[in-house]
Design a protein around this ligand. Structure first.
Ligand code: ADP
Ligand code: MG
Length: 237
């Protein structure tokens, strides 16, 4: 019964997300379509045309951001959870954000104190979770800084620490993290952290956030290790 309830919860998160992503992506596409249609039939002055084009690009970027914050949720639930090496998934995510880090002159350091922390989860979702956090950290350091990533094993858990030296958050902002559409960015989606919390929840994990304005932010994620796992999962990858 317990697994059935957990599954029902997950399915409801997924269907909620799916309904919301199509709605969220459709809005900017509708705006862009409207503007292209105007440009096609009417003779506007150059400044007006430029305004339409700028708005269209902004709206398309928005659609792209929504899709990239959500991507792992777009695919149907896997029938079976995989055994995942957390360190491997973290390092893979680091390679994904490296270009963004370079653009912001952010230096990434990793310190993995565990080689084979195996958890059960969906590979793409775990990567999406780490990706959304790391992206936010890098975006919080527009003038450069340090992104530190640590992993260590503690009893039957693995702890993942992701820490930046960025703009930080007030207590009120920390409290609102994960609230759908909460964003302090000009073109933010406010969906990235909601996805992060859903994924950690589904894995029966926890997250603690410590932040100080002007100093930086630290995300501490605790995930339960897989109880029994094939020997191969720990050594492979
Ligand atoms: P978005 O990044 O599109 O704004 P998110 O859900 O990813 O949406 O993040 C929500 C908000 O949480 C951000 O707009 C920002 O205010 C805050 N936030 C998240 N991570 C950090 C961080 N590392 N440093 C400072 N603020 C953060
Ligand atoms: Mg984000």
């Amino acid at each position: 019964l317990r697994t059935e309830i957990a599954r029902a919860e997950k399915m409801s998160i997924v269907s909620h997300m799916a309904a919301s992503i199509s709605h969220e992506v459709r809005n900017p596409l509708t705006v862009v379509r409207g503007m292209l249609q105007l440009l096609q039939y009417d003779d506007f002055a150059a400044d007006k045309r430029h305004m339409f084009l700028r708005t269209s690009i902004t709206e398309l970027d928005r659609a792209e951001s929504i899709i990239s914050d959500y991507l792992a949720f777009a695919k149907p639930m896997p029938d079976k959870l995989q055994y995942l090496n957390v360190v491997h998934e973290l390092l893979h995510t680091v390679t994904m954000v490296q270009p963004l880090a370079n653009m912001n002159t952010v230096q990434i350091t990793t310190n993995m104190k565990t080689a084979a922390a195996v958890v059960q989860g969906d590979k793409q979702r775990v990567q999406q979770c780490f990706l959304n956090i790391m992206k936010n950290c890098i975006e919080a350091m527009p003038k450069g800084g340090l992104l530190k990533i640590h992993a260590l094993q503690q009893d039957s858990d693995v702890q993942v620490l992701i820490q930046d030296t960025g703009i930080g958050m007030t207590k009120e902002q920390v409290a609102r993290l994960g609230e759908p559409y909460f964003s302090t960015k000009d073109s933010g989606t406010g969906l990235g952290m909601m996805v992060v919390f859903s994924i950690i929840d589904a894995m029966h994990g926890k997250m603690k956030v410590e932040s100080e304005p002007g100093k930086g932010t630290r995300f501490c994620i605790t995930l339960p290790l897989a109880v029994a796992y094939p020997e191969a999962a720990a050594t492979q990858q």
